[in-house]
Design a binder for this molecule. Structure first.
Ligand code: KIV
Length: 289
């Protein structure tokens, strides 16, 4: 077999479905490209640790994102802005160790790529080499195109992220829906085409009107991954703590909660404390002699 003839595992990529088809290797960008051609929709969840990532991997989630949402969902910050490269490397390495099949995508955090394409290259290489992720994600459309191009040329798969870009929370004055009105919609389309042209393998569309997300999805050859982008994107992503009901307080309108883990864990902790206080734990079966 020479470099241009695909291996049996690579051949499998064009035909295997993302659910149940690919079991003996990680999902690749080629699997996601062929899913778009087949019209197979897929899911992505965030993950920040080995244990939770292992659960999602076993559940068959094809792509896990080590999002810089770790800032507010895992590390106790108010926004994603304070998250550092060292933190992203540590969390991403844990997620890689905890999984076998999911493709692992890691966010380049705020301040780790905006300075120059060279800075983006340096930090993306850290995530690939030190954490072992399969791809990186960065925010921005036209403004990030040169960096995406350089990473892709270097062999690093890049997922782009346009629409609402949470690293710009201070400039945006919060988390408003993006792409409303003709000019903003045209800019979103230009951003989507710019990242595709630069070589991104997929693009996240966050908090944009469903009609606009559908239009972008139709016009792009690469998969669109919606979060607050309606039902017509090629894939959907949710922050896992929102999806599973771990988040305290209000969640955004686009979130569906599939469990109430916060209540389940709280109940378990209260029951444990009660057993200890009342002497019911440890019982004989938990005791060595
Ligand atoms: O950091 C993150 O979790 C994200 C998702 C919201 C797409 O970027």
């Amino acid at each position: 077999m020479n470099a241009s003839s695909p291996s049996p595992a690579q051949n499998q990529a064009s035909t295997a479905t993302l659910y149940g088809g690919v079991t003996n290797r990680r999902i690749t960008v080629r699997d996601l490209a062929s899913a778009k051609q087949r019209g197979e929709k897929w899911s992505m969840l965030t993950a920040y640790d080995a244990l939770t990532a292992g659960v999602f991997d076993e559940a068959g989630i094809p792509v896990l994102l080590v999002g810089d949402s770790a800032g507010n969902c895992h590390l106790g910050y108010e926004t994603t802005v304070p998250v550092t490269m060292d933190q992203m490397v540590m969390l991403s390495a844990a997620v890689v160790r905890g999984t076998k099949r999911s493709m692992i995508v890691a966010d380049l955090p705020f301040g780790s790529y905006q300075e120059s394409p060279a800075q983006a290259m340096h930090n993306a290489a850290r995530l690939m080499k030190e954490a072992g992720v399969g791809a990186v994600k960065l925010e921005g459309g036209e403004r990030s195109a040169r960096s995406i191009e350089l990473l892709v040329e270097a062999g690093i798969p890049v997922m782009a992220h346009i629409g609402l870009t949470p690293q710009s929370v201070h400039a945006l004055g919060g988390y408003p829906v993006q792409g409303r009105g003709d000019e903003a919609a045209h800019q979103l389309l230009r951003d989507a085409k710019a990242v595709q042209q630069a070589g991104a393998f997929a693009v996240v569309l966050e908090a944009v009107p469903a009609e606009l997300a559908a239009q972008v999805t139709e016009q792009l050859a690469i998969p669109t991954v919606g979060i607050g982008g309606g039902r017509d994107t090629d894939a959907q992503v949710l922050v896992w703590t929102d999806m599973a009901g771990m988040t305290a307080g209000r969640v955004p309108k686009f979130v569906k909660q599939y469990a109430n883990l916060r209540a389940v864990l709280g109940d378990a902790a209260r029951a444990f404390a009660e057993d200890v206080r009342g002497g019911a734990f440890p019982a004989e079966e938990h005791t060595f002699h």
